[in-house]
Design a protein around this ligand. Structure first.
Ligand code: ATP
Length: 238
């Protein structure tokens, strides 16, 4: 089943036509990646799905067989869409634990909350070690873990991950991608991943779309894209 359908998506920033009629689907249970260079429009697509920015009138987005267009961003979280934006956006003055509790979103009894915190700490043991530390004092990688952990607290059907590897040391990049695979496997969470790190993103995903200046120019199974000579030259030969 297609969990997410994006059809003829257009985004304008004043005179700039940033997304020019993009269509793609995300199958339930899969990891799908959108790859593309700086400014190709990856973040704009995720923001459109979460209804954080206005889209063109011809655009249509459907999640779990229902149009998302009439919902506000916070209602979409309740529907099962959890967005982890670029740059992490944790609450710097709150502790790690309180940041995670904010992510639970719906009010939960203490037992549920405790179970969910335990689940997040199993994915990210580092967060448990630092649970009483304020989030603003965490390293970049730890803040990325916190942002993902906070998204997990709402038990999303789909996680939208915006450049989770950005600015991280290579060892941490590997850890983050391993955890993305694990969340998909164990929680059955569908994942839409946008990345400049095309090689690693394609290695963990099932299907990929290549975005260039607001258009999808190529799509295919990730294993095929990894072997596509044109893509190797443009995106994968670093
Ligand atoms: P990056 O990898 O650098 O984050 P991206 O692929 O996520 O890039 P977007 O951030 O979606 O790309 O930007 C797509 C285009 O829209 C770019 O040309 C960008 O300059 C423009 N853009 C994005 N946000 C705004 C805004 N708020 N106002 C004006 N132009 C914008």
């Amino acid at each position: 089943m297609e969990l997410l359908k994006v059809q003829d998506l257009h985004v304008f920033y004043d005179a700039i036509h940033a997304i020019k009629g993009v269509s793609f689907n995300v199958e339930e249970g899969s990891i799908v990646t959108l790859i593309g260079a700086n400014g190709a429009g990856k973040s704009s697509i995720l923001k459109s799905i979460s209804n954080l920015i206005p889209v063109g009138s011809e655009s249509y987005i459907e999640f779990n067989s229902e149009s998302t267009m009439k919902y506000k961003a916070h209602d979409l979280v309740k529907k099962g869409i959890s967005h982890v934006p670029e740059g992490r956006r944790v609450f710097p003055d709150l502790t790690v634990r309180d940041n995670l509790i904010m992510g639970a979103y719906v009010v939960k009894d203490r037992k549920r909350l405790k179970e969910d915190l335990k689940m997040v700490y199993e994915y990210f043991p580092r967060l448990e070690e630092r649970k009483h530390q304020t989030a603003g004092t965490l390293s970049g990688g730890e803040q990325q873990m916190l942002a993902m952990g906070r998204a997990l607290m709402s038990h999303p059907k789909i996680m939208l991950l915006d450049e989770p590897s950005m600015g991280l040391a290579p060892l941490l990049v590997d850890q983050i991608f391993n955890i993305i695979e694990k969340i998909n496997r164990e929680e059955k969470t569908t994942i839409l991943l946008v990345e400049q790190n095309a090689k690693r993103a394609l290695e963990v995903s099932h299907y990929g779309y290549v975005l260039e200046t607001g258009n999808i120019v190529t799509e295919g199974k990730s294993e095929d894209l990894l072997n596509d000579p044109k893509l190797i030259e443009a995106y994968l030969s670093t």
